[in-house]
Design a protein around this ligand. Structure first.
Ligand code: CTP
Length: 421
């Protein structure tokens, strides 16, 4: 921590939970094996150290050299090859792995993992490995739904394995059904979540709001704003990656739901208020990053408003302020040591007098931290130059990506909870 309580960050990877982590990527012989290159590439770009272990069938589909070019490390294909990366130490990678990811996992590999067979480099590594297992199946839909496969999936799930997919869609055979490998980004998102287990927010519940709200004018029109939801989604992932149980309360956005968290979809400010109050009652921390519409039409028309040549005045009424309502409903920790949620974080987007407005919101909205952003610079961009404003400090974070700001917020919450309780 710096003197102003802003968490320091390793440069380059925005506090990404994959940075510097050792992952074994096991690839088996589905035609989707080529997508494992994208999984390896995404994890390598995040700074992970990846040991790839291929089955014979996988190596017949995608060459070890292709993986090696991406992960910049020797690739394991055969056991007992004295010139190979493991030499005679056939379980070397099992002992250094922090997660074992099998993607794609064929029906055959899933069966062997469930039965504890160890007849090639991948299954031998898996049997010797005690790190969390993430399995992304890919196979013909009839193989996936077969009771034998489902029994093996149940066995592995009971042992703690995390299954990602398979997805519904068109198979390489031309058939449609459930059997496609999950999207590489989704597989990697699950790996990040698994790596977060045991992190500084383990056992904590964090509620995060994100995106805009929509306030209906009539059945086909609404008032809203341009919030993309990216900041809130990044915060939800960052606290998840530090071990928190996350409830993400999201207005309508064009983003995929993050892995391994509860996502509550809402439309209006009043829906969001209900959801936040319900989940905040048992939360350790709440982060309100949603851009709540300040006003709504006094009454939404029941039928579509028809075009007319005359001017149309829309009568608006203020929406409830969710942070103020939270403060009224739940006493703060400083007033009552049982006062959940213990930590409350708000945002402020300001065109001028950033710190003065942030300080005003800090007091008025009864929050512990305001993340103040200058607008319009921050809108829609990947980066932001946020400032942390607390009752006793003002700490500019400098220019960071939204993921980098989210990591700093997650670290701040973890530190604050650790200091409090
Ligand atoms: N917020 C809220 N409920 C609302 C509006 C905003 O909880 N009805 C929260 C936001 O999620 C954010 C913080 O309050 O964390 C500040 O949002 P902002 O829109 O900057 O605040 P306003 O009170 O609307 O202030 P302004 O006068 O600057 O619009």
């Amino acid at each position: 921590m710096t003197s102003a309580n802003v968490p320091l960050q390793a440069p380059g990877h925005d506090g990404d939970g994959l940075c510097g982590r050792r992952i074994v990527l096991g690839v088996s012989g589905s035609i989707a094996a080529y997508k494992a290159l994208a999984i390896a590439s995404e994890m390598a770009a995040a700074g992970a150290l990846i040991d790839v272990v291929l089955t014979d069938a996988a190596a017949a589909l995608v060459t070890p050299l292709a993986f090696q070019a991406i992960v910049h490390r020797p690739v394991v294909h055969r056991l007992g090859d004295p010139s190979g990366p493991m030499g005679m130490d056939h379980v070397a990678h099992a002992h250094t792995a922090e997660a074992l990811v099998v993607a794609p996992a064929t029906a055959h590999v899933i069966a062997r993992l469930a039965l504890g067979l160890a007849d090639d480099a991948l299954t031998t590594t898996a049997l010797a490995c005690r790190a969390p297992l993430v399995v992304a199946p890919a196979m013909e839909p009839d193989m996936w739904t077969h009771p034998a496969t489902q029994a093996h999936v149940a066995t592995l799930t009971a042992r703690g394995a995390v299954f990602v997919g398979p997805d519904d869609g068109r198979m390489a055979s031309g058939k449609h059904g459930q059997g496609r490998l999950a999207d590489p980004a989704v597989v990697v998102d699950h790996v990040r979540a698994v790596l977060g287990h045991g992190g500084p927010l383990t056992g904590r519940k964090v509620v995060v709001s994100a995106g805009p709200t929509r306030e209906p004018i009539d059945p086909v029109r609404y008032l809203s704003n341009h919030s993309s939801g990216r900041m809130g989604y990044a915060v939800a992932r960052a606290v998840r990656d530090r071990g928190a149980d996350v409830v993400l309360i999201s207005g309508p956005v064009d983003l995929a739901p993050p892995a391994a968290m509860t996502v509550v979809a809402v439309e209006t400010a009043r829906d969001m208020l209900d959801a936040v109050l319900t989940h905040a009652a048992t939360a350790d921390a709440v982060v309100m990053s949603a851009a709540v519409a300040d006003h709504r039409p006094i009454e939404a028309a029941a039928i579509k408003l028809k075009r007319s040549a005359a001017d149309l005045a829309l009568a608006l009424t203020p929406n409830p302020d969710i942070l103020i309502a939270l403060g009224a409903e739940f006493p703060r920790w400083s007033e009552d040591k049982r006062g959940r949620p213990y930590v409350r974080v708000g945002f402020a987007a300001e065109t001028h007098d950033l710190v003065a407005h942030a300080r005003d919101k800090l007091a008025r909205k009864s929050v512990d931290l305001i993340v103040a952003n200058p607008v319009p610079e921050t809108f829609g961009g990947r980066n932001s130059s946020a400032t942390f404003v607390t009752p006793d400090a003002v700490a500019p974070l400098g220019e960071r990506s939204k993921d980098g700001v989210a990591s700093a917020i997650a670290d701040w919450i973890a530190q604050r909870l650790a200091d409090m309780l």
